[in-house]
Design a protein around this ligand. Structure first.
Ligand code: FMN
Length: 221
């Protein structure tokens, strides 16, 4: 139905697939977490997740939405986090986009995707899951809470215990992160991605600044 130039969709009438297409095509770009975990048997696992964001700074909480396989079995990431309560979120930059995509291949359970993708695992220091040497930043997290959204998916909240950020990207004193140099990529709909090189500043004015700038200029004389 088109109303005043907008197509209207009632989500109650849509299939899960169509809802997914409308959501992922519109909520863009989504940051990508390349999540590394370790299985109870000690095998490293890596997979990208773009239903992902930073939801709170105090406590520091990262959230990731993990769908189950079609037969409702857990993806390795969800299973490993359930078993070990730990995971690492590696930020994906443009240089590692193709390797990230290799980690999304449906390899048999127990495959070390990092080895398949040619990425280098470094043992974690706050958690047992590894971080990726090639990633510009890696957040080491402990599972805080899991929200079960029906039988087919869950949202995992992780509390950040520590972060590694490439030396050249962050100032130790000010904590300023050079986001152009970070060069993170985001996920668009379909198979699309976006770079983050086209950035601009837009400072929110204080109320006083807003009022000053919107006052009509006083008539003189
Ligand atoms: C960029 C990108 C983003 C993805 N985001 C998600 C996501 O948010 N949730 C999800 O369940 N799968 C997502 N996937 C698919 C998983 O990465 C894929 O199913 C992977 O094989 C799961 O691996 P695992 O079983 O080792 O966890 C994404 C794939 C790509 C390439």
């Amino acid at each position: 139905m088109t109303i005043d130039g907008y197509k209207r969709f009632d989500f109650a009438d849509l299939s899960a697939r169509d809802r997914y297409k409308l959501l992922i095509g519109t909520v863009v770009p989504r940051p990508i977490a390349l999540i590394t975990t370790v299985s109870p048997d000690g095998v490293y696992n890596a997979a990208p997740y773009s239903f992902f964001n930073c939801l709170s700074a105090d406590p520091a909480i990262l959230a990731v939405g993990v769908e189950n396989h079609a037969d409702m079995s857990f993806k390795d990431t969800a299973y490993n986090i359930r078993m070990t309560e730990e995971f690492t979120v590696n930020i994906v930059d443009d240089a590692m986009a193709e390797a990230m995509n290799v980690c999304a291949v449906a390899f048999p359970q127990g495959t070390d995707e990092l080895a398949e993708a040619g990425l280098t695992a470094i043992p974690g220091s706050f958690v047992s899951s590894p971080r990726i040497a090639e990633a510009p930043a890696a957040f080491e997290c402990r599972r805080h809470m899991t929200l079960e959204l029906g039988k087919s998916r869950e949202i995992i909240l992780g509390e950040v215990k520590g972060v590694y950020i490439r030396d050249s990207l962050v100032d130790s004193d000010t904590k300023y992160v050079d986001q152009i140099a970070l060069d993170a990529v985001g996920r668009m709909g379909g198979h699309g991605y976006a770079r983050t090189r086209d950035q601009f500043d837009l400072k929110t004015p204080s109320l006083a600044e807003w009022q000053q700038n919107t006052q009509p200029t006083a008539e003189t004389g």
